[in-house]
Ligand binder design. Structure first.
Ligand code: RM4
Ligand code: MN
Length: 392
């Protein structure tokens, strides 16, 4: 059995990007609950992300969503983030809240609407140039509701053309990351429903186009770790949007619904060479990100809990004795191999991680440290007035 001291160095430099939208108010189609202290501006969202990083050492960057996080001066926002100890990360485009896109954006039959959607991505690339971001993440709400409504094949072809125009605009160090989701808001067909379609589309673009795997975007029962393995094998796993779910795209705290699934996913990331400390420029090849909403729980502690869950399951996945596992697998020792795997999953690493944090000047228990810090009371007192940020 591998022990914690052996794997501890591999925890160094782990980075999990936070979504700016996790710090705004969110909700369901039924109600968005406001909560005191919620960020009112992009700057306050960035400051909240920096707070999560200060308490955990795990979240050095924050992803932006355009136009939710529109500001006049992205270079200034970049400096603001750096002054707070974090970086601006992935830029997420948004083609799902404009009336023109009711029947599609990058796939629309009307060339003017397609061009408008492409231009939006060009603007996102301008933002990336100013923020120093590497990744342009595209999730498309496109599809149809009724059989016969749309020409499925024509839409795939138009999607390819639109994505090519966007890809060609990227700088040499930038990547296009295409996210898939099997349904919602379209209920009959979705244009990028699965990893295979995303893979086919990005493979047709070039090496700097990769797939984003959002853990909430599959049918129940899907073996997600198999997809992780395959995308890594193909060299096209670009990033994760981590969250967890009981039913559909629930966007709950990662690792809360099914910690064992998170463990299995992280094991395949490690096995496939997708886990590693950040490169000198602060980026990992497979970017770990959260894509979550905190509808009823407090947002900063919700994000602290999330990054800790990812770290804890990473540590347990690193504990798998892979040499012994290979021996058992090759010997056909079904139960022996399974036991090696389960031994790692069943190992409680919380005390070791607490000590590991203390050695690095971080609080042993970041959740408790945040609760006792008075920070929450402070932001609740300070952030009075204005409109709380949220989905808009
Ligand atoms: C989508 C998708 C995207 C996220 C938006 C807010 O379902 O997961 O990644 O940016 O929601
Ligand atoms: Mn997502």
């Amino acid at each position: 059995m591998t022990d914690f001291a052996q794997i501890a160095p591999q925890l160094e430099g782990q980075a999990i990007e936070l979504p700016s939208w996790a710090f705004g108010n969110s909700g369901t189609r039924f109600k968005v609950f406001g909560s005191p202290g919620t960020a009112r501006t992009v700057e306050e969202k960035v400051a909240d992300a920096a707070t999560v990083h200060r308490f955990t050492g795990l979240a050095p960057s924050v992803a932006l969503h355009i136009p939710w996080d529109l500001v006049d001066d992205y270079a200034a926002l970049r400096r603001y983030a750096e002054d707070h100890g974090v970086r601006l990360g992935t830029i997420n485009s948004n083609t799902f809240q404009d009336d023109d896109y009711k029947l599609g954006a990058l796939t629309h039959t009307d060339a003017k609407i397609r061009q408008k959607a492409i231009d939006h991505h060009f603007e996102c690339i301008d933002v990336m140039d100013a923020t120093g971001s590497r990744d342009l993440k595209i999730w498309l709400a496109e599809g149809s509701n009724y059989p016969g409504q749309a020409d499925l094949r024509g839409r795939q072809d138009r999607l390819h053309e639109s994505l090519s125009a966007i890809y060609d605009r990227l700088g040499e160090d930038q990547r296009l990351v295409l996210e898939y989701k099997f349904f919602e808001p379209a209920f009959y067909h979705t244009d990028v429903p699965d990893w295979g379609t995303s893979y086919v589309q990005v493979a047709a673009l070039g090496d700097r186009a990769v797939v984003c795997l959002d853990t909430g975007h599959h049918a129940p029962g899907t073996n997600i770790e198999f997809i992780v393995m395959q995308l890594l094998r193909l060299g096209r796993l670009g990033s994760f949007d981590f969250n967890s779910r009981f039913y559909a795209d629930d966007d709950l705290i990662v690792g809360s619904a099914d910690p064992f699934q998170l463990f299995r996913i992280l094991f395949e990331v490690i096995r496939g060479g997708g886990y590693g400390p950040a490169n000198p420029d602060g980026h990992s090849d497979v970017a770990f990100m959260l894509d979550q909403c905190h509808n009823i729980e407090a947002k900063i502690p919700g994000q602290i809990r999330s990054v800790l869950n990812v770290q804890e399951m990473t540590a347990r996945a690193l504990l798998v004795d892979r040499a012994a596992l290979t021996v058992a697998q090759e010997a056909g020792d079904v139960l022996g191999a399974n036991e090696i795997f389960m031994d790692a999953f069943s190992t409680d690493v919380r005390a070791d991680l607490a000590a590991w944090r203390e050695q690095r000047g971080l609080p042993a228990n970041p959740m408790r440290a945040y609760a006792e810090s008075g920070h929450q009371q402070q932001i609740e007192a300070d952030r009075i007035g204005g409109t709380q940020a949220g989905w808009n």
